[in-house]
Ligand binder design. Structure first.
Ligand SMILES: Cc1cc2nc3c(=O)[nH]c(=O)nc-3n(C[C@H](O)[C@H](O)[C@H](O)COP(=O)(O)OP(=O)(O)OC[C@H]3O[C@@H](n4cnc5c(N)ncnc54)[C@H](O)[C@@H]3O)c2cc1C
Length: 305
C-alpha cells in the first residue's frame, strides 16, 4: 500500500468505529503555546476498544501516531505532524470515587477536574495540581508537580496499552518516577486510566491551599500569554528562571517568541510565534546561560517534529 492508501484506510476504519476525525487540523488549536502546523489525521478515541483498534491499525501499517493530552507541554513543528494524532474523549473523561479516599479516572480528565473532584470529596493530596493545565495522561507521563507535590505522591495504579494492544496495570513501585520522568516517557505506551490514593481532609483547608497555589501562579506566571509553562527543568541547586534573569535575558525575543518579563523561565507567544522562533530562542538562552554561569539548562518542553 502507498502512504496515502494507508492513511485513507486508517481514516475509513476510524470513522467506521465511531471516532471523531479531522484532517489537516492545525495543532495551534490544540497546544497552549498556540503554535504548530497541521496534523495530517486528528482522531478522538472514545473507548478503550476503539483505541486498541486505532493503535493496532497504526502499528500494523507502520503509520506514525502520537498521543495528545491538553498540549500544554508541547512545541509542535511549523510543518505539522505526519500521521495520526490521537486524543482521548468519551469514557477517558470519566471520574468516580471508588472508596472513601480513592479516585479513579480516565487519562483524558483534566487536572482541574481531578483536583476539584478531590476537593468536593474533601480529599487532600491533589492541591498542587490545581492550575497545571494538563490532562491526567500528560501529567502521569511527565510526573507533573508543583509547590512540593508531584503525581508520584498520589498515583496508586495506572493502566496502559502497549503497542501490541495488551492492557497492563502498573502500581506504586513500577513507575520509575523521577523529576519530570516516568516509565511512560521511556516506552511508546498509551496511558488509559489511573487510580489516585488520597487522604481524608478538611474541605476548607484543601480549598485554602488550592486558592493559595493559584494566587501564586497568577502573580508570578505570565498566564495572559500563550506558553507551555516552564521551558527548562530546574537545574541542581538553582532555578532556570533565576539564571536566565541573571543573564539579562528577560524580554529577549526572536520573532513572536519572547522570554517573559514576569517569569524568565517561561517563553511566551506574543503573537504569531513559530516553532522555529521558540527553538532559536531556546538555543540562545542555553548558550548564554552556559557561557555566563556554567549551567547547562535541559529542556522540559517536548518538541514534536
Ligand atoms: C501555564 C502553564 C503552567 C504549567 N505549570 C506546570 C507546573 O506547575 N508543573 C508541571 O509539572 N507542569 C506544568 N506545566 C506543563 C504541563 O501542563 C504539564 O507537563 C502537563 O502534565 C502536560 O499535560 P498535557 O495533558 O497537556 O500533555 P501534553 O502536553 O499533551 O503531552 C505531554 C506528553 O505526554 C504524552 N501523553 C499525553 N497523554 C498521554 C497518554 N494518555 N498516554 C501516553 N502519553 C501521553 C504526550 O504524547 C506528550 O509526549 C505548565 C504548563 C503551562 C502552559
Amino acid at each position: 500500500m502507498t502512504d496515502s492508501q494507508i492513511k485513507n484506510t486508517f481514516c475509513e476504519k476510524a470513522l467506521e468505529c465511531g471516532c471523531d476525525l479531522l484532517m489537516d487540523e492545525p495543532m495551534s488549536r490544540h497546544t497552549t503555546f498556540k503554535i504548530g502546523g497541521p496534523a495530517e489525521i486528528f482522531v478522538e478515541a472514545k473507548t478503550v476498544e476503539t483505541l486498541k483498534k486505532l493503535v493496532s491499525w497504526a502499528e500494523e501499517s507502520k503509520l506514525k501516531y502520537m498521543l495528545l493530552g491538553n498540549g500544554s507541554n508541547l512545541l509542535v513543528s511549523d510543518k505539522g505532524i505526519e500521521g495520526a494524532v490521537i486524543t482521548l474523549g468519551g469514557e477517558f473523561k470519566d471520574i468516580r470515587l471508588v472508596s472513601e479516599d480513592t479516585i479513579a479516572c480516565g487519562a483524558g480528565v483534566t487536572l482541574a477536574k481531578l483536583s476539584s473532584f478531590a476537593l468536593e470529596n474533601s480529599l487532600e493530596g491533589l492541591e498542587f495540581a490545581w492550575g497545571i493545565p494538563g490532562t491526567v495522561g500528560g501529567a502521569v507521563f511527565m510526573n507533573a508537580g508543583a509547590y512540593g507535590g508531584e503525581i508520584k505522591d498520589v498515583l496508586k495504579t495506572c493502566r496502559h496499552m502497549t503497542q501490541d494492544g495488551q492492557v497492563v496495570t502498573l502500581s506504586e513501585n513500577d513507575f520509575n518516577f523521577g523529576y519530570r520522568k516516568s516509565i511512560y516517557k521511556e516506552n511508546k505506551w498509551t496511558i488509559l486510566d489511573c487510580v489516585f490514593k488520597l487522604k481524608k481532609g478538611n474541605k476548607e483547608d484543601i480549598k485554602a491551599k488550592m486558592t493559595d497555589f493559584m494566587n501564586r501562579r497568577t502573580s508570578k506566571q505570565p498566564l495572559e500569554y500563550p506558553s507551555a509553562g516552564s521551558v527548562f527543568k530546574r537545574p541542581e541547586g538553582n532555578f532556570a528562571g533565576t539564571l536566565i534573569e541573571q543573564c539579562g535575558l528577560k524580554g529577549t525575543s526572536v520573532g513572536g517568541a519572547c522570554v517573559s518579563e514576569k517569569h524568565a523561565g517561561f517563553i511566551v507567544n506574543k503573537g504569531g510565534a513559530t516553532c522555529k522562533d521558540v527553538c532559536d530562542l531556546v538555543e540562545l538562552i542555553q548558550k548564554t546561560v552556559k557561557d555566563e554561569t556554567g549551567y547547562q539548562l535541559e529542556r522540559e518542553l517536548i518538541i514534536v517534529e
